[in-house]
Design a protein. Structure first.
Ligand code: RB5
Length: 146
C-alpha cells in the first residue's frame, strides 16, 4: 500500500520509528514531516496528509501528535476523510472493519512504540466489512456532500 505519514513535534520520534516498521512490512511510505527537533502546528500537517489521501494519492494515512486528538480533528475537516484516533489495538482494527477509516491518528505521548506497531499492524491488515456499515458511512458522506 501507499501510505502518507505526518506528525507535529509531539509525535515525531514515534513517527520515525513507525516509518521503518511500516517499510519493513513491505509498504511504501511518504513522509510529510516534521523533522525531529522542529516544532509544527498539528493542523497544518493533519490537513496536508488528509488532502493527499482525499485526492487519492495514497491508500491511507497515519498521523501523530501528542495525543492523536488535535491532528485527527484537523484531518476530519477534509471532505472524504474518516480519521480515527487509535491509541489501542481494538480501536485500530475496528476503525477499518466498521468505519473504513482512511486515516488513523496515534498519540506519541500516549502509547509506546511496541503498542504503536501493533496498532499500525492491526489497522493495515484489517478489512472493511461493508454490509450494514456502508449505509452508516453513506449518511456521513451525504452530509458532507461528497
Ligand atoms: C503539542 O504540544 C500538542 O498540543 C499536540 O501534539 C497535540 O497533542 C494536540 O492535540
Amino acid at each position: 500500500m501507499k501510505i502518507a505519514m505526518g506528525s507535529d513535534h509531539g509525535g515525531a520520534e514515534l513517527r520515525i520509528e513507525l516509518i521503518d516498521y511500516i517499510k519493513e512490512m513491505g509498504h511504501e511510505v511518504t513522509d510529510f514531516g516534521v523533522k525531529i527537533g522542529e516544532k509544527a502546528d498539528y493542523p497544518n500537517i493533519g490537513i496536508k496528509v488528509a488532502e493527499e489521501v482525499a485526492k487519492g494519492n495514497f491508500d491511507c494515512g497515519i498521523i501523530l501528535c501528542g495525543t492523536g486528538i488535535g491532528i485527527s480533528i484537523a484531518a476530519n475537516k477534509v471532505k472524504g476523510i474518516r480519521c480515527a484516533v487509535t491509541n489501542e489495538v481494538f480501536s485500530a482494527k475496528m476503525a477499518k472493519v466498521h468505519n473504513n477509516a482512511n486515516i488513523i491518528s496515534i498519540g506519541g505521548r500516549v502509547v509506546g512504540s511496541e503498542v504503536a506497531k501493533m496498532i499500525v499492524s492491526e489497522y493495515l491488515n484489517a478489512e472493511y466489512e461493508g454490509g450494514r456499515h456502508a449505509n452508516r458511512l453513506k449518511i456521513i458522506s451525504d452530509y458532507e456532500g461528497c
